[in-house]
Design a protein around this ligand. Structure first.
Ligand code: WT7
Length: 569
C-alpha cells in the first residue's frame, strides 16, 4: 500500500489541512521547521532512531540519532544567538555536504535566522553577488572554502561573522573569523525555539534568470505543510525507509527533500559527501540498504553510460522507489532503470520558486516514460497560451506551465525584488517559465524553457552572470552565452566571444578564459566550449540575440530574424 493510494481518488478530497492535521498544526500556531524536524520527532518516540547516516569521500562514516540531531541543532542555535545574531538575520551555509551543513541549516531555523545555503563550489564572485544582495550577517564555512570568503570580505561591510567549522588552529584566524567545532560543542538539551509563525521567513535560495543578477527566492516556515506531505505522497516515505537524496543543499532539492520533507516525516536519511562515480554510488546504496532514492536525470544518464553489468555486481534489492528531478527525464532513462533496477524512475517537476513538487508521477500511477506526470493534489495547474496567458483548452497544444498561487511552499517574494516577483504572475496564474503540453489523459509533457537560462545537469546557470564575468577578462570585448546540447548534462555552457583588438584567439586564450570563469563563478558556469567570432548577432537596438546562437547549436529553425541587424546567417 502506498501513502498516496489511488491518485484519482486522492485529488477528490485532498486539502492542505490533511497535512496540517498530521503535523498537529492549527492556523495561528507557532511553526518552526527546525522544531518539526527534530524535537517533534523525538517526542513521537523516535529519539533513538537514526536521523542521519553520513559517509565522507574517504569512507569514514558518522551516524546521528534524532536526539543527537535535536541537541546539536540546539547547540548551533545557541551559538548563533550568543554571537548576537537574531531572528530575520541571513546566515549563509557555504560548506560541502558535511553533517554541519545539515544541522547548521536546522540550527539557523531554530533561532529564527534565515538560512541561505550556497553551493560550496561557488567561486568568490558568485558568493559576493549573493551575500551582497541578501545583506548576509554570518557565513558558516570550512577551512578549504575560507580563502574564497577572505577574497571578498572587504567588499562586504555587513558580513560580521565567518564561522569556520573545521579550524584546527594550524593557521591563525583573522578578524571576524571564529572557530566552531560541532564535535566538541556541549550538547544542549533545552533551547528556546524562535516562535516563528506561518509567514516567518525561513530559507533564501538563490536562482538564476536570463537577465540581471541571481534572485533570492524567499520561503517561509509554512512551506513545511507542502514539503511534509509531498515527501510522504510522492517519495512514498515510510517509517522503516532508508532514504537517499543525492542533491546538494546548495540547491532547493537538497533542502526541501534532503532536509525538511524527510526529517519532518521522521525518516532516516543517508548522505554521501563525494562526487559522482557509478561504482561508489552503487556500493553506497548497497551498503546502507537504501530503499528510496531521489536523484537527477544527469546522474541517471551517467549511470547508463557505465552499463548494466556494474549494476548487477551489486545487491540493490533494497531499492523500492526511485524518483528524479531537475531536467527532462528521457523515456530511455525510464526504460533503462526498469531493466537495471526492476523499477522505473518517477519524474517530478518543480522549481526553487515552487518550494515543493508540483507535477509528478505517483507510485500507484502508470508511468508514461518521458512525461512529468500530473499535478500534485492541491495544486491547480494548466498550460497557458504563450502570448495571451489564458489557459489552453485543447490537449496537445504547447503553452506555458502555470499554477494557481496559494500552495503552502510557494515562494513569497524575491529578496529585494518585488517587481520581478510580480512580473511572474499573469491573469491570476504563476507562470513557471517552462513550455509543456498536456495529453488527453492529463499527463504533462515538458518541451523546454521559455527563456535563455541554461540547465546543466539540473542546475540553472544564468547567461547574464557568465557574460558579466567574461567582460571582466582583459581580452573579451563582448560575449554571448548559450546552452549547447550534451548527452549527459543535457546542456553545457558555450560562449561566443569577440576579442578586443590586439588579442588573438588561441588554445591558451581558450583555457585562460575557461579558468577565469571557473574560478570566479563555478565549474558549472565555466564554458565547456568557446567559439571566437568577429561579432555577435544583435537586434537593431543593440541587444545580443542569444536565441539565434542557441538555435544554431540545437540545429533548430532560427525563426523570425526581422529585428536582426547583421542577419547574414
Ligand atoms: C527548472 C527549475 C526543483 C528541482 C531542482 C531545480 C527544470 C525541473 C524538471 C523536470 C524538466 C525540469 C525546469 C524548471 N526542471 N524539473 N522534471 N523536467 N525540467 O530547481 O534550479 O529552480 O530549476 O528546472 O526548467 O523551471 P531550479
Amino acid at each position: 500500500m502506498t501513502n498516496l493510494g489511488v491518485y484519482e481518488e486522492k485529488i477528490k478530497d485532498f486539502s492542505w489541512e490533511i497535512s496540517e492535521r498530521e503535523l498537529g498544526y492549527k492556523q495561528g500556531d507557532n511553526i518552526n521547521i527546525g522544531e518539526y524536524c527534530t524535537d517533534r520527532i523525538c517526542r513521537m518516540g523516535k529519539k533513538d532512531k537514526l536521523a542521519l547516516i553520513w559517509e565522507g569521500h574517504g569512507g569514514d562514516i558518522k551516524k546521528y540519532t534524532f536526539d543527537d540531531m535535536r541537541m546539536l541543532t540546539n547547540s548551533i542555535a545557541r551559538f548563533f544567538k550568543e554571537l548576537g545574531l537574531k531572528g530575520g538575520d541571513r546566515i549563509c551555509l557555504f560548506m560541502d555536504k558535511i553533517p554541519e551543513l545539515y544541522f547548521g541549516f536546522l540550527g539557523i531555523l531554530k533561532m529564527g535566522g534565515i538560512a541561505q545555503p550556497l553551493f560550496s563550489a561557488f567561486g568568490s564572485e558568485s558568493l559576493l553577488t549573493r551575500l551582497e544582495d541578501a545583506g548576509t550577517r554570518a557565513v558558516m564555512t570550512q577551512k578549504r572554502h575560507l580563502p574564497k570568503v577572505r577574497n571578498i570580505v572587504k567588499d562586504l561591510p555587513g558580513l560580521e561573522f565567518i564561522i569556520v567549522v573545521d579550524d584546527d588552529a594550524s593557521k591563525p584566524l583573522r578578524e571576524k573569523e571564529i572557530s566552531f567545532s560541532m564535535e566538541n560543542i556541549e550538547k544542549i538539551d533545552q533551547f528556546d525555539i524562535f516562535p516563528s509563525k506561518a509567514e516567518t521567513p525561513s530559507v533564501l535560495h538563490y536562482t538564476s534568470g536570463t537577465t540581471g543578477k541571481p534572485k533570492g527566492a524567499q520561503h517561509v516556515h509554512y512551506s513545511l505543510i507542502s514539503q511534509y506531505i509531498t515527501a510522504k505522497y510522492v517519495l512514498d516515505l515510510k517509517d522503516d525507509d532508508i532514504y537517499w537524496c543525492t542533491a546538494d543543499p546548495g540547491w532547493v532539492t537538497g533542502t526541501s527533500y534532503g532536509i525538511i520533507g524527510p526529517w519532518a516525516n521522521g525518516i532516516t536519511q543517508c548522505v554521501l559527501d563525494s562526487g559522482f562515480k557509478a561504482e561508489s554510488w552503487y556500493k553506497f546504496a548497497e551498503k546502507h540498504k537504501v530503499t528510496v532514492w531521489y536523484s537527477a536525470p544527469t546522474a541517471i544518464r551517467a549511470l547508463m553510460k557505465e552499463g548494466i553489468d556494474v549494476v548487477k555486481k551489486h545487491d540493490l534489492s533494497s531499492l523500492r522507489h526511485l524518483c528524479s528531478v531537475g531536467e527532462p527525464l528521457n523515456a530511455e532513462a525510464v526504460i533503462w532503470s526498469e531493466e537495471a533496477f526492476g523499477r522505473p524512475f518517477h519524474d517530478t517537476y518543480w522549481q526553487t520558486e515552487t518550494g515543493s513538487i508540483v507535477i509528478s508521477n505517483y507510485p500507484d500511477m502508470k508511468v508514461k516514460p518521458g512525461s512529468m506526470g500530473k499535478p500534485f493534489p492541491g495544486i491547480e495547474a494548466t498550460v497557458v497560451d504563450l502570448n495571451t496567458h489564458l489557459p489552453i483548452e485543447r490537449t496537445g497544444t504547447v503553452g506555458l506551465i502555470a499554477l494557481k498561487p496559494g500552495w503552502p511552499a510557494m515562494f513569497r517574494t524575491y529578496w529585494n525584488n518585488e517587481e520581478i516577483y510580480k512580473s511572474k504572475f499573469k491573469n491570476g496564474w504563476y507562470i513557471c517559465g517552462d513550455r509543456a503540453s498536456i495529453d488527453e489523459d492529463g499527463y504533462y509533457w515538458f518541451v523546454g524553457r521559455d527563456d535563455d537560462v541554461i540547465n546543466t545537469g539540473g542546475h540553472l546557470v544564468g547567461p547574464f552572470e557568465i557574460e558579466s564575468a567574461l567582460l571582466e577578462h582583459e581580452a573579451v570585448a563582448e560575449s554571448a552565452v548559450v546552452g549547447k546540447p550534451d548527452p549527459v548534462n543535457m546542456e553545457v555552457v558555450k560562449a561566443f566571444i569577440a576579442l578586443k583588438p590586439g588579442f588573438t584567439a588561441s588554445k591558451d586564450m581558450n583555457l585562460n578564459i575557461m579558468n577565469f570563469v571557473r574560478k570566479r563563478l563555478s565549474p558549472l558556469a565555466m564554458p565547456q566550449e568557446i567559439e571566437f567570432v568577429d561579432s555577435l548577432p544583435k537586434t537593431r537596438s543593440g541587444k545580443i540575440m542569444r536565441r539565434v546562437l542557441r538555435a544554431k547549436e540545437w540545429g533548430e529553425e532560427i525563426g523570425d530574424t526581422s529585428t536582426l541587424e547583421n542577419d547574414e546567417g
